[in-house]
Design a protein around this ligand. Structure first.
Ligand SMILES: C=CC1=C(C)c2cc3[nH]c(cc4nc(cc5[nH]c(cc1n2)c(C)c5CCC(=O)O)C(CCC(=O)O)=C4C)c(C)c3C=C
Ligand code: FE2
Ligand code: FE2
Length: 363
């Protein structure tokens, strides 16, 4: 490891450093009331819908929250698992595995997951960590590409929590890792493994969550970062530019969003004679409604209806070892300078020295 030596902490001391791995959040149940609560919080966030509050809140509460919750609940019901929402299941699993990886590397850190909307909320997790005496918190969003709508909103939630707190832990934020080699390799390996076991289509569509086009004009780097991820992923897979296409999905509302849109692109491809397509969603680090329902159900149906013959959905990086290793590397880089390495136990050190001396080693 090329890292400089870090201060160590004695054995048996509580971990005073924490990582909060933050994802978007998901409803507690696939029901209209649970969806109403979740969507009210999500779509009430001024980072997500940038319409003046006075105009937006009556539309949100008077129209959208009367109709959308039931429709969205039916979609969630179609992907729900016995353990709950896929986004929740994967996010929890990723945090557990990250804790294990970092522990194996000798770091004494608490790893918790938190959700920007819904539960466990960012303030609830931070309150708990503070009560445990945690002195340093690394906030690691589950979003590789920075967007004001997602990453900055996580930062808002943390700073809103911190503003009434007198004695604050040290805080660090990871803003982006869209071009991180570990992330790109984890994506490339997931895709190659899928090709090896299921065969390869004639074209790869890389579908990212969209944002309103206006945010690009206002300086949001999201579009740029999606393009860079797509280019690096294409290079890692050895694909020429005509073998893959970058698209944007999940448009919300009437405004223009980033183009090209995923589903119309797939339909146009099928109409032009493309028979076999592979679709991957590199901006999503865990499978969720937007990948399992919107892509693997709705977009699949549209492609096949338009004349396509085979639609292969390639799952997200989820709990793949390459991805967890990439997350651990990323966390390790951002933890630098914080005392997280557990010192070797003095008794064990002594025993090792004695063994080495008995074997004739020179110190
Ligand atoms: C990956 C990054 C994401 C960006 C950027 C993003 C922007 C964004 N989203 C909406 C509206 C909705 N998104 C919804 C679901 C959803 N969005 C993301 C990620 C990003 N969103 C994920 C991972 C999910 C799935 C959550 C899950 O529970 O599985 C939904 C809710 C579902 C529905 O009712 O359709 C909405 C609404 C906007 C407006 C926006 C940027 C302005
Ligand atoms: Fe979204
Ligand atoms: Fe969607």
């Amino acid at each position: 490891m090329p890292f400089r030596p870090e201060p160590t902490i004695p054995h048996g001391q509580p971990a005073r450093t924490a990582i909060v791995y933050c994802n978007l959040g998901t409803p507690d149940e696939p029901t209209a009331p649970a969806l109403r609560r979740y969507l009210a919080e999500f779509l009430g966030d001024p980072r997500v819908v940038e319409i003046p509050r006075l105009a937006w809140l009556p539309i949100l509460h008077g129209i959208i929250l009367r109709t959308r919750p039931a429709k969205s609940a039916a979609k969630y019901a179609s992907i729900w698992t016995p353990e709950g929402s896929p986004l929740k299941v994967w996010t929890e699993k990723q945090a557990t595995l990250l804790r294990g990886y970092l522990g194996e590397r000798g770091h004494q850190v608490t790893v918790r997951h938190a959700m920007r909307y819904g539960n466990p909320s960012i303030p609830a997790v931070l309150d708990e960590l503070k009560a445990q005496g945690v002195a340093r918190v690394l906030v690691l969003p589950a979003y590789p590409q920075y967007s004001g709508t997602t990453t900055a909103s996580v930062i808002d939630a943390v700073t809103a929590w911190s503003s009434p707190v007198r004695s604050l832990p040290e805080l660090r934020f990871v803003n982006r890792y869209h071009d991180d080699p570990g992330y790109i390799q984890a994506l490339a390996r997931t895709i190659r493994a899928h090709w090896m076991s299921h065969g390869r289509g004639d074209h790869l569509v890389m579908s990212f969550h969209g944002v309103p086009e206006r945010t690009l004009k206002l300086g949001d780097p999201y579009h740029c970062e999606c393009r860079k991820t797509a280019r690096l992923l294409g290079e890692a897979l050895g694909l020429s530019q005509d073998r893959y296409t970058l698209t944007f999905q999940s448009r919300f509302g009437k405004a223009k969003w980033l183009e090209p849109y995923t589903e119309p692109t797939l339909v146009a491809m099928a109409q032009k004679g493309l028979k076999n397509v592979d679709v991957v969603c590199p901006g999503f680090t865990s499978d969720c409604l937007e990948t399992l329902e919107e892509i693997n159900m709705e977009a699949r149906h549209a492609f096949l209806e338009a004349g396509g013959q085979q639609f292969q959905y390639i799952p997200c990086v989820n709990d793949s070892p390459e991805w967890i290793r990439a997350l651990a590397d990323l966390a390790e880089r951002h933890l630098q300078g914080w005392p997280t390495q557990v010192a070797d136990h003095p008794m064990e050190l002594q025993a090792t020295r004695e063994r080495a001396q008995a074997m004739g080693a020179r110190h």
